[in-house]
Write a protein that binds this ligand. Structure first.
Ligand code: 5GP
Length: 113
């Protein structure tokens, strides 16, 4: 039996975190250690460890995650000021939770790279 990810534990209410968006496939929370004034995580309910593990059939799910991020950017009032969407994959990108999640960062000018 594979250990639950932190995000599965949040979804199962074993770890406290306010769920700011939820539908049948996806949920969203505010990042506990925000890297910008607005830092949200958009997470599929289905556990997929990394972007490398995506299969063809996950295409719709990934599209839905981007659409949820767009909707939340509007709700947080940053759609016009701007925001960044990031998927970290494995060590060099700093992935720490092996359950894919889309970071939505904004609310201030972000460093360019
Ligand atoms: P990663 O580094 O894997 O791309 O992103 C994981 C993110 O999850 C980090 O930005 C980290 O701050 C956030 N995080 C880790 N544990 C928790 C938690 O228990 N609650 C919330 N809301 N965010 C968490």
């Amino acid at each position: 039996m594979v250990d639950k990810s932190i995000f599965e534990m949040i979804l199962d209410k074993e770890i406290e975190s306010e769920i700011i968006y939820e539908d049948e496939d996806i949920f969203s929370i505010e990042d506990i250690n925000p890297a910008a004034k607005v830092h949200l995580l958009v997470i599929p309910k289905k556990r997929i460890n990394t972007i490398n593990d995506l299969e063809q059939r996950d295409g719709d799910l990934i599209g839905k995650m981007v659409l949820v991020a767009k909707k939340l950017a509007k709700e947080y009032g940053i759609e016009e000021s701007g925001y960044r969407l990031i998927w970290n994959t494995n060590k060099d990108a700093g992935q720490t939770i092996f359950h894919i999640h889309l970071h939505l960062l904004g609310g201030e000018e972000l460093r360019t790279f």
